[in-house]
Design a protein around this ligand. Structure first.
Ligand code: ADP
Ligand code: MG
Length: 536
């Protein structure tokens, strides 16, 4: 296809061929994370091009570290990353759902159904699922919240650590939750996480207040302070250096001295301004001149220098302060308040612990090596995400694939009422939802078809939507009594994100490709060609 000169150097695939190749890419990507789903999912060892390694079971971590070139794969990774940002969980599920829906769509395209019809049917199915999700959800009590955070950590860390990290996440979510316009808002970015490699994993803990690995500027400054005012400077307290090349013509020694004196006076003026503002605690993004330490200490001001901008922002939110570019610009309204400020030494690192009215919490992630600490940190982020979501919206659904199966059962009944070809797409969507329980069973070493059929039959016979697969006991069980529950928002977002990505791929019928072909694993190719045995 080189009738258009601009496309001469471009590989072009159109129509069905384009769709087939795009679906192959999506499936190859899903194949990379499939084995990590659920508590019995296996870990992946990731090694980057600089030789750094990481062991993880987290879908999005695997995807984001992989060097993926195919644009369709990027679309799926973006959906999974959005899932991570909004609800912090369900990232693997999102990719698996999208890939399965695409594969099912392909089977329909082969039978002659147009991709646009499939997209329409998928939209109808998505809307139906969202509408009926609430009828499967229930309000969480305190114990349920712990169960949900534990479920989000299933398969990661060991049992005792799961409960420690979960308890810390719930406490942290409570510390930072706020009322805003009649709604509860819990923003997980308000929780500070600091890492320490060396101490045992079990020493990970939550502390009230914000802790930073910082040492006060001078030992003479007070180590601990009671309630007081704080100023945050997005700059420094240093002698000015000349920014351009200037020649000073010094004609007498006193002239140089008066030049220095004026500079010193300027710094002293700033200390006076702090005293006038009643500030007892100062944090600067840049340095504080050595000659200032004694003056600040004398004025009873405790100061911290070289505080990262992100930490200053966290402090500003916690203390109700506003960052100022320099002390000269500071007004009374920029000053914030705190309850106490302490300096503590943990191991051989100095820390600054600040308690404020607004709450705020710090999780200290510990572990014998950096790899272990990294995994604790990621697990805490997952659990915190779940705890914050549940603080805002305490709706839970049964896990272990139960809700996916219940939705699929309802969707099939709904499909029967749709007269057009969209009916086929809705059925394909329902099949796709069942990929989650199927993969959970597969990863637990069970037969996925038998397990799925067994759960569907029990759900129907007992009219109980809570029956799912407990991969620990390897039996179909009531997920609520087995405490395998997750936030309804996670599933809702996974369904929206994956549907969005699937439909976007279905709508592409022309790919202008200036790069090489992607390689596809043999089993994926066989399944697309229809030569592989049907997994269902
Ligand atoms: P994701 O990245 O999609 O969150 P996970 O590896 O965290 O993937 O697995 C989440 C899935 O594992 C959820 O569907 C959840 O219901 C399920 N799950 C968690 N614990 C159990 C359990 N004990 N038995 C069966 N399924 C479980
Ligand atoms: Mg998860």
């Amino acid at each position: 296809m080189s009738d258009v000169p601009i496309l001469e150097e471009t590989d072009r695939t159109t129509g069905r061929d384009a769709l087939r190749k795009n679906i192959q890419a999506a499936m190859a990507l899903a194949g990379a994370v499939r084995s990590t789903l659920g508590p019995k999912g296996l870990d992946k060892l990731l090694v980057d091009d600089e030789g750094r390694s990481m062991v993880t079971n987290d879908g999005i971590t695997v995807l984001e570290s992989a060097k993926v070139e195919h644009p369709i794969a990027h679309m799926l990774i973006a959906a999974s990353a959005a899932q991570d940002q909004t609800v912090r969980d369900g990232t693997t599920s999102t990719v698996l759902l999208a890939a399965e829906w695409l594969q099912n769509a392909w089977h329909l395209v082969v039978q002659g159904v147009h991709p646009a019809t499939i997209a329409r049917g998928y939209r109808m199915a998505e809307a139906y699922c969202k509408e009926h999700l609430d009828s499967l959800a229930f309000e969480a009590n305190r114990d349920d919240i712990l169960s949900a955070t534990m479920t989000s950590l299933a398969g990661k860390l060991h049992q005792k650590m799961q409960s420690t990290v979960s308890a810390c996440a719930i406490e942290a979510a409570e510390a930072i939750a706020m009322e805003s316009d009649g709604n509860v808002v819990a923003d997980p970015t308000r929780v500070k996480v600091i890492t320490r490699s060396g101490p045992a994993l079990e020493e990970s803990k939550l502390i009230t207040g914000l802790a930073l690995s910082k040492k006060r500027a001078h030992v003479e400054m007070p180590s601990s302070l009671g309630a007081g005012s704080i100023l945050l400077v997005d700059g420094g307290l240093e002698l000015r250096s000349l920014s351009t090349d200037v020649k000073l013509n010094v004609t007498s020694t006193s002239m140089l001295q008066s030049f220095r004196d004026a500079e010193q006076q300027r710094l002293l003026d700033q200390v006076k301004m702090l005293v006038d503002l009643d500030v007892t605690l100062l944090a600067c993004r840049e340095g504080i001149d050595d000659s200032m330490h004694a003056h600040l200490a004398e004025a009873g001001i405790k100061a911290f220098r070289r505080v990262a901008k992100s930490d200053l922002e966290l402090l500003a939110r916690g203390c109700g302060a506003r960052l100022v570019p320099s002390i000269y610009q500071a007004k009374e309204k920029d000053v914030g308040v705190f309850i106490s400020s302490k300096c503590e030494r943990w191991g051989d690192v100095d820390h600054w612990v600040l308690e404020t009215d607004e709450g705020g919490a710090t999780f200290v992630a510990t572990g014998s090596t950096d790899t272990v600490v990294g995994e604790v940190e990621r697990c805490f982020a997952d659990a915190l995400g779940v705890a914050c979501r549940l603080k805002e919206n305490p709706l839970l659904i049964p896990g272990g694939g139960a809700t996916y199966i219940a939705l699929a059962r309802r969707l099939r009944r709904y499909a029967e009422t749709v007269p057009g070809r969209e009916q086929l797409a809705i059925e394909a969507y329902a099949d796709g939802l069942e990929t989650i329980p199927r993969v959970l069973a597969e990863n637990a070493g069970l037969d996925s078809i038998d397990t799925l059929l067994q759960i569907v039959s029990i759900q129907t016979k007992e009219d109980d939507d809570c029956i799912g697969l407990n991969v620990v006991t390897r039996q179909p069980e009531n997920m609520r009594t087995s405490n395998i529950v997750e936030p309804a928002r996670v599933l809702e977002q996974a369904i929206s994100g994956a549907s969005e990505a699937t439909i976007a791929v279905l709508r592409i019928d022309d790919v202008l490709w200036a790069k090489q072909e992607i390689s596809v694993p043999d089993d994926v190719q066989a399944s697309l060609d229809g030569t592989a045995p049907d997994r269902r």
